[in-house]
Design a protein around this ligand. Structure first.
Ligand SMILES: *Cc1c(COP(=O)(O)O)cnc(C)c1O
Length: 385
């Protein structure tokens, strides 16, 4: 089996990197290694494998909580796509967010975080961290002066989302990384909303990148999975934390994501093209109060987003129909094609109405024919007063 994955393009790596054709049968597709334990012929072989794995060598296997070849295939693929040394795949995006922060923050430490974050990340910071003696200060990451002012002598980590939920703010990663490194901080970017086909934060100075692989990486809404990429020295404590907290990925989930990632560049491009068309359509509608899409000139971070994000601006958009929560429901409840759902990054377009935010609608744009999406949005808007 040919295994050339260096010096080739992004789409080629999305398909080829990390894959493990079966060496015994020559089955081309990477197997699902559904096994708890690994068997050895001699005591010495067993001891060497355990010792290496417990020193966080990710290619030594003895027990699938600590390491599994299907999950390892996904780790190698994602490290390759992010331009990282290595990757840790775990049970969910939150497993990676929590293990990354807990591995690098202890009692008395402090983290500066974005002021718009995925809701469960916020719960972790607000409810769990104070009990563990870890402080967190939320700050607008698009305001470098405010970020610098929030850094204290106890600060160890800077954590932000590359496109925030749900208002899609895009901070200048190069500037944040430079600032963080001046204070000796570990700079962590949650790149879930964009994915590595559109933005690779390590290229802009981030130390670690967290992904909810549940979203764009899987791409088919069929698995819950997470990943963190970066340098070995920063990842080893995270691999250990994932092991001690028991956040091991299921090999089946890893296999689903492994399969999904192969089409990530195609899906990201198709979703971005559709999102720009939908955002442009909504922008011109009298029944729409506002639309937020990084690819529109009206977006507050349009210049930064255009520099950071490949293509027109990603697959996520948000908008507000006229009439607040009533207008929101009039739109969402009359759609005939797009489903309402909280997740994102699926080939299905997912519409997420948010009554608690005054009727904001977040859209994860899928890969359907654009004319069908436009017709559905026109239908929804026709019910808005
Ligand atoms: C979904 C999501 C997560 C958490 O991922 P799970 O796989 O659901 O645990 C983290 N960050 C962001 C930005 C997300 O959208």
């Amino acid at each position: 089996m040919r295994q050339r994955t260096h010096g080739v393009g992004f789409a080629t790596r999305a398909i080829h990197a990390g894959e493990r054709p079966d060496p015994v049968t020559h089955a081309h597709n990477t197997p699902i290694y559904a096994t708890a334990t690994f068997a050895f012929d001699t005591a010495a072989e067993k001891e060497a494998a355990v010792d290496a794995a417990m020193a966080w060598d990710p290619t030594s296997y003895f027990y699938s909580r600590t390491g599994n070849p299907t999950t390892r295939a996904l780790e190698e693929k994602l490290a390759s796509l992010d331009g990282a040394d290595d990757c840790v795949v775990a049970a969910s995006g939150m497993a990676c967010v929590s293990s990354t922060l807990l591995a690098h923050l202890g009692s008395g430490d402090h983290v500066v975080v974005g002021d718009e974050l995925f809701v469960i990340t916020r719960v972790l910071l607000e409810d769990d961290f104070p009990r563990r003696g870890i402080g967190a200060t939320p700050v607008d990451m698009t305001d470098p002066t405010a970020v610098e002012a929030a850094i204290t002598p106890a600060t160890k980590v800077l954590f932000f989302e590359t496109a925030t939920n749900p208002r899609l703010r895009v901070a200048d990663i190069d500037a944040l990384a430079a600032l963080g490194h001046r204070y000796g901080l570990i700079v962590v970017a949650d790149n879930t909303f964009l994915g590595p086909a559109l933005l690779r934060p390590i290229e802009h100075g981030a130390d670690l990148v967290v992904h909810a692989a549940t979203k764009w990486l899987s791409g088919h809404g069929d698995a819950v999975s997470g990943a963190v990429t970066g340098r070995r020295a920063l990842l080893d404590p995270i691999r250990k934390q994932v092991d001690t907290l028991g956040q091991a990925a299921s090999p089946f989930a890893s296999w689903l994501v492994l399969r999904g990632v192969r089409s990530l560049p195609l899906r990201s491009n198709a979703a971005s093209a559709n999102a720009l068309r939908l955002a442009t359509f909504l922008d011109g509608q009298p029944k729409v109060e506002w639309v937020r899409y990084p690819g529109l000139a009206s977006h507050p971070d349009h210049a930064v987003a255009s520099r950071l994000i490949d293509g027109p601006g990603g697959g996520m958009l948000a908008f507000q129909p006229r009439g607040g929560v009533e207008g929101m429901a009039a739109f969402t409840d009359h759609l005939a094609l797009c489903d309402l759902g909280v997740s994102l990054g699926d080939v299905f377009t997912l519409v997420y109405p948010q009554p608690k935010r005054g009727g904001l609608i977040r859209v994860s744009v899928g890969c359907e024919d654009i004319d069908d999406l436009l017709a559905d949005f026109e239908l929804g808007l026709s019910f808005v007063a």
